[in-house]
Design a protein around this ligand. Structure first.
Ligand SMILES: Nc1nc2c(c(=O)[nH]1)N[C@H]1C(S)=C(S)[C@@H](COP(=O)(O)O)O[C@H]1N2
Ligand SMILES: [Mo]
Length: 203
C-alpha cells in the first residue's frame, strides 16, 4: 500500500477567524479609506466636540479640554459593511461615557445623531454609545489619527458597522427619537450590528 488516500482526511480546513462576523473578510495590514465627501483639512487646535440636545448641561470641548479628560483606549476589531474587517486595531481618545457624564443626558433621551464638519451624519441608539462601547478618538496605533481616517478626531463605535463611526466628528445630539443619518437615509440599517448582518434597511 502507498500512503493514505488523498482526500480521505480532507485537506486541512481553513480555520475561519472567530473574530470575523458573517460575510466579512480579514483585510490584514490594509486599512481601506471610505469617504463620501471631500476629506477636510482641519487644524487640531481648532477642533471642538459638543454634546447637546436632550442633556442637562450642553457642553463643547476644545482640543486641549478633550485631552485633559480621562483618556482610554480601544483594542479590537472594526467591520465595514463593504465586507472588510480589520482585526486587532488600537485607537486612543476619550470614552463617550466620559462626555455624557459631564453633559448629563435627560431621561427622555433614547438616540443620538453624530455629526461631522462635512455634514455627514449617522444615528445610533443611546445604549450603543454608553457602557464602554464608544469613543471619540484621535490616535491610531499610537500615532495621530490620519486625516483620511477621520483625523484629527472621529467617533469610534467598533461593535457596529464602521459607517456609524463618523469621521471628523463635531458632536453628538441626544434625541427622544431615532433620526436617520446620511447612509441610513440611503438604505443602510438603522442599527448596523455586524454579528446580525444588519447591513440594509429590513435586514
Ligand atoms: N464623515 C464621514 N464619516 C464616515 C464616512 C464618511 O464617508 N464620512 N464613512 C463611513 C464608512 S462607510 C466607513 S467604513 C468608515 C471608514 O473609515 P476609514 O476611512 O477610516 O476606514 O468611516 C465611516 N465614517
Ligand atoms: Mo463602510
Amino acid at each position: 500500500m502507498t500512503g493514505p488516500t488523498r482526500g480521505f482526511f480532507g485537506r486541512p480546513r481553513q480555520q475561519r477567524d472567530p473574530r470575523l462576523p458573517p460575510g466579512q473578510y480579514d483585510t490584514g495590514a490594509d486599512f481601506p479609506v471610505l469617504t463620501a465627501e471631500v476629506t477636510p483639512r482641519l487644524v487640531p487646535e481648532r477642533v471642538t466636540v459638543s454634546v447637546d440636545g436632550l442633556v442637562r448641561t450642553p457642553t463643547r470641548w476644545t482640543w486641549s479640554e478633550l485631552h485633559a479628560l480621562e483618556q482610554s483606549e480601544f483594542r479590537g476589531d472594526i467591520h465595514c459593511v463593504t465586507t472588510w474587517s480589520k482585526l486587532g486595531t488600537r485607537f486612543g481618545g476619550v470614552g463617550v461615557d466620559v462626555l455624557l457624564d459631564l453633559a448629563e443626558p435627560l431621561d427622555a433621551a433614547t438616540h443620538v445623531l453624530a455629526t461631522s464638519t462635512t455634514g455627514y451624519t449617522t444615528n445610533l441608539p443611546l445604549a450603543d454609545v454608553t457602557g464602554g462601547k464608544a469613543w471619540v478618538v484621535w490616535s491610531h496605533e499610537g500615532k495621530p489619527l490620519h486625516r483620511e481616517h477621520g483625523g484629527p478626531i472621529r467617533l469610534l463605535v467598533p461593535h457596529l458597522y464602521f459607517w456609524k463611526s463618523a469621521k471628523w466628528i463635531t458632536g453628538l445630539t441626544l434625541l427622544d427619537h431615532d433620526e436617520q443619518g446620511f447612509w441610513e437615509r440611503n438604505g443602510y440599517h438603522d442599527r448596523g450590528d455586524p454579528w446580525q448582518e444588519q447591513r440594509y434597511q429590513g435586514d
